[in-house]
Design a protein. Sequence first.
Length: 71
Amino acid sequence: MINYQKDLFNISESQLEGFFVGWSRPLTVAQHFKILENSAYLVLALDTELNQVIGFINALSDDINFAFIPQ
């Protein structure tokens, strides 16, 4: 089952393994966690059977007029 959550509550760095594979300079899980921590908004897709984050989207925002979803 896939659950979605809008925060990092009960999420550990180890649950973020497997992202950025194949990048020439892949981010570490610690860097990925910090990016999510510093995001204005985020949604995580959590596979409850694996207890692993399998997808995410994050946005940076000025909380007034603009938001940016990085790729």
